[in-house]
Ligand binder design. Structure first.
Ligand SMILES: [Fe+2]
Length: 183
C-alpha cells in the first residue's frame, strides 16, 4: 500500500514509546527518506517554499519543510530535540554557541537528500539552501514546535530576539517571489 501522511504520523508517534524517542525517530526518518518517491507521493510535489504542518501535538510536531532556492533562515533555537530527514535537494546547517553579545559560529553540516540529522534540545542553528532546486525535508520535534518561548538571532548582528513566525513566513514569501522572477 502506498505511504500516507497518517503512516508517517503513526510511525513517529510509535517512536515516542521507545526507550530513546529521538533515536527511534531518527530510525523512522532513515527509512522514510530512503524512498523519496514515496514521500513525494504522500506529501505532494514541492512547487513553492514553505512549512506544512503534518502533525502538531504537545509532545510531537511533524513538518514538511521546503526551502526555496537561495533562501536562508536566521539562527534560532527549538528548546526540544529535533530530527531532520532530507529527501530532496540539500539543506546547509550552520551551528552556533551563545557568546557575549549574541552568538559565535560553531561549525556546520551539509545535509543532502537521504541524510538525517539529530539535534539536541540546546542546539542553535541557521539553515540555507544554496542550490538551484528546492530542498525538501521532514522535520520532527519532540514537543509543540509552535508554542512556547524561544529565541532567534539576527543573521548580521547576532542580536537575540523572541522567535517570530510571521517574520519567517515573510522570508519564505520573499524567497519564493525572487525565485519565481529568476525561473
Ligand atoms: Fe530549526
Amino acid at each position: 500500500m502506498a505511504l500516507a501522511v497518517d503512516d508517517i504520523i503513526s510511525r513517529c508517534r510509535a517512536a515516542l514509546d521507545e526507550h530513546t524517542p529521538v533515536l527511534a525517530v531518527r530510525d523512522v526518518l532513515d527509512e522514510l527518506v530512503a524512498d523519496a518517491g514515496a514521500l513525494d507521493h504522500a506529501l505532494g510535489p514541492v512547487e513553492v517554499g514553505g512549512i506544512t504542518t503534518l502533525h502538531n501535538a504537545a509532545d510531537l510536531t511533524i513538518l514538511r519543510v521546503a526551502w526555496t532556492p537561495g533562501m536562508a533562515l536566521n539562527p534560532h533555537e527549538h528548546r526540544m530535540w529535533a530530527v531532520i530527514g532530507m529527501y530532496g535537494g540539500q539543506e546547509d546547517n550552520s551551528f552556533y554557541r551563545r557568546a557575549s553579545g549574541g552568538l559565535e559560529p560553531a561549525g556546520g553540516r551539509e545535509l543532502p537528500a537521504g541524510d538525517v540529522l539529530v539535534m539536541g534540545d540546546d542546539i542553535i542553528h541557521s539553515v540555507a539552501n544554496s542550490r538551484r532546486e528546492f530542498a525538501a525535508a521532514l522535520h520532527v520535534y519532540g514537543g509543540d514546535f509552535f508554542n512556547g518561548d524561544r529565541s532567534e538571532w539576527d543573521f548580521e548582528t547576532y542580536e537575540e530576539r523572541p522567535r517570530d513566525f510571521e517574520r519567517t513566513r515573510r522570508l519564505f514569501e520573499e524567497a519564493n517571489a525572487r525565485w519565481r522572477e529568476e525561473a
